[in-house]
Design a protein around this ligand. Structure first.
Ligand code: TYD
Ligand code: MG
Length: 453
């Protein structure tokens, strides 16, 4: 007898789909990550396919009325900036982050800031009373914010259709389920179908939806990557749980740039937007300490200054330890090899620890020079003056290379009261700024002569 249902297998790491079980995922190579997703009923299948209703015919680009797409401004400037100037109607935004980082707090603060618009906040994790307690803690306008504690996505969408809010928030995708899929909430097929239902609702009604997703420790949203390509925008909360600073980063944005980030401080009354993150990322201590250097990085369009900290000590065991927080360890190893080979620093018998202040994760090559200077400063036990900052890439032959948008970085360093900025000698433009001395260096030996003389 022919089977009426078919099973599909999904990788919990990358979301790859397969018709049969495999020990190793062919897409991402992880072992033992394929899980079976029970078949979807025909009802679910038919609901997934788009209806060919009238008004869905192709339209000439010039005939499309653009004014429909005016964004909903959330009233939290940093979040709006990250989204590209507000949330686009009918878009599905995924807000990811580890448990306890502040996703529920931010997502409740958004409707409390939206004074004039009716909003629907759906919680599958907390009761009405718990949400009320949190709202009171956060302060803000409660008049137009409706709370619905429920986990069946069909009921939620029915309520939303009746209420027609200006914005809907669903906390979280892992707690929601659809009755059309026979598996437990949080499983791959449930997550996929719940997100698809919400996407359909958002596109058909034009109501923007913010969907919250917990992240696994490897950084995958909801385990499977599948959610990332279903949704329009992916925002990810990062930060150390110990510290009170949180960084919200755009991972994907169909309607804006993904290179921006927003910084928040978790306070007793919710998340506070930090509009000037450089000021919080540069050191408070007055005395000069060795092993620190200030990097002038760029996050999207905004210059960001922060402290790079390094600790170099003799290796106790045979093999030297290398560890980096917020910086790529391979890149650190490369920079150490450059210092060893091109400038003769004996770092192979040393433990090197590197840390980016404020729990930041950095991948701007312009931070290389600050990393090198922090390592050398710790190695020589020589403090770099507090009014000096660095912005350049370091190449494999020890040459110091120019970076993009040097003008903006210099202007920000000047604004924050720095007196000297180290750049590459190869910077093509004639950089001149009254009030800040520009020191140009060509390679590591030249840097050492100028800085550690
Ligand atoms: P929460 O938003 O519940 O995290 P998530 O939804 O991402 O799991 O926030 C968790 C932490 O934030 C919790 O440890 C308490 C803290 N917090 C504050 O410090 N101040 C506040 O005003 C609120 C609401 C939470
Ligand atoms: Mg939560």
């Amino acid at each position: 007898m022919a089977k009426s249902t078919k099973s599909t297998w999904f990788c919990t790491e990358c979301g790859a789909e397969s018709a049969k079980w495999m020990g190793r995922c062919p897409a991402c190579g992880s072992w033992n990550t394929m899980v079976e997703a029970p078949s979807q009923s025909t009802k679910a299948k038919s609901s997934s396919s788009r209806s060919s209703s009238t008004g869905n015919a192709p339209k000439a680009l010039k005939e499309i009325d653009f004014s429909d797409e005016s964004r909903l401004v959330l009233g939290m400037p940093e979040v709006d900036r990250l989204l590209g100037g507000g949330i686009v109607p009918g878009s599905l935004v995924l807000l990811g982050g580890e448990p306890g980082i502040g996703k529920s707090t931010l997502s409740l603060q958004i409707p409390l800031h939206l004074k004039d618009a009716k909003t629907l906040y759906v919680s599958g994790e907390e009761s009405l009373k718990q949400v009320k307690m949190r709202a009171q803690r956060l302060g803000g306008e409660e008049d137009n914010c409706y709370i619905f504690c429920h986990t069946c996505i069909e009921d939620i969408i029915a309520q939303a259709e009746e209420m027609n809010p200006a914005l809907m928030i669903v906390d979280s995708v892992q707690t929601m389920y659809t009755s059309s899929v026979e598996s437990t909430p949080g499983s791959v097929s449930q997550i996929k179908e719940v997100a698809a239902c919400l996407l359909r609702y958002a596109k058909e009604s034009g109501v923007p939806v913010i969907l919250i997703g917990h992240i696994t420790k490897d950084g995958y949203i909801a385990g499977p990557k599948i959610l990332e390509h279903i949704v329009d925008v992916v925002l990810q909360f990062e930060g150390e749980n110990r510290g009170s600073y949180r960084v919200l980063r755009g991972i994907k944005n169909r309607f804006g740039s993904t290179s921006e980030l927003a910084v928040f401080e978790m306070t007793g009354t919710g998340l506070r937007e930090v509009t000037n993150p450089s000021e919080m990322l540069i050191p408070m201590h007055q005395e000069q300490l060795s092993g620190t250097a200030i990097a002038v990085s760029l996050d999207g369009t905004r210059p960001l200054l922060f402290e790079v900290q390094a600790l170099v000590s003799s290796a106790v065991y045979g093999t030297a330890q290398r560890s980096a927080t917020g910086f790529d360890t391979r890149r650190l190893n490369m920079l150490l090899a450059v210092l060893e080979k091109r400038a003769g620093f004996k770092l192979s018998a040393k433990d090197v620890f590197l840390n980016m202040a404020g729990g930041l994760k950095v991948n701007d090559p312009a931070c290389d020079l600050a990393v090198v200077c922090a390592v050398l400063s710790s190695n020589f036990d020589f403090a770099i003056p507090a009014d000096v900052c660095f912005a350049a890439e370091v190449g494999l032959s020890g040459e110091i290379r120019p970076i993009t948008q040097a003008d903006r970085r210099i202007a920000e360093a000047l604004r924050l009261g720095f007196k000297k900025i180290y750049l590459s000698s190869y910077s093509s433009i004639e950089l001149q700024h009254p009030g800040i001395e520009i020191v140009k260096v060509a390679d590591i030996p030249a840097l050492v002569r100028k800085l550690f003389k």
